[in-house]
Write a protein that binds this ligand. Sequence first.
Ligand code: HEC
Length: 141
Amino acid sequence: MLNKETDKNKFLNSFKSVSLIIVFIISIFIFSGCYYDSQEYMFPELGSGCDTTNVTFSGTLEPMLSSYCLSCHSNSTAASYGANIKLENYSDVLLRVNDGKLYGSIAQSGGFSPMPKNSTKLSDCKISSLKIWIDAGAPNN
Ligand code: HEC
């Protein structure tokens, strides 16, 4: 009688642990559901915090050029510091998109002068944003 009771307890205890494991596995699947359509999964090289969903000239490119490039490539600085390459207006930027120099210099993949000159390479997120914009036809948006 006593033995039967302990056997029953043993059975109940192992049943409890198995259910706990099953619940745990199911929760992993439920939580990972949120992960799979996240940006990190679709663009793993960009890491979190890189928003490339709405890349525009005015919202993405202009602020980037202004922070990292216009000190040498604005309409007023280009002649003295930027080899006369202007990146302040859309039409001037488009010239450098079309000759491949804008992406080549920022991506620093060789064949072009690495930019920003004498400074650290732009983040992968910024370089990808530039590529996304160029691939979309470099719109003036
Ligand atoms: C400190 C000044 C300076 C800054 C900042 C700078 N540039 Fe330049 N850039 C130059 C100079 C000078 C040249 C001429 C080539 C050289 O000396 O390397 C040049 C050349 C270029 C060229 C032509 C490259 C080639 O291979 O013909 C492009 C395109 C360019 N810059 C884009 C940019 C962009 C985009 C940024 C910002 C991410 C930037 N530059 C930041 C000074 C600068």
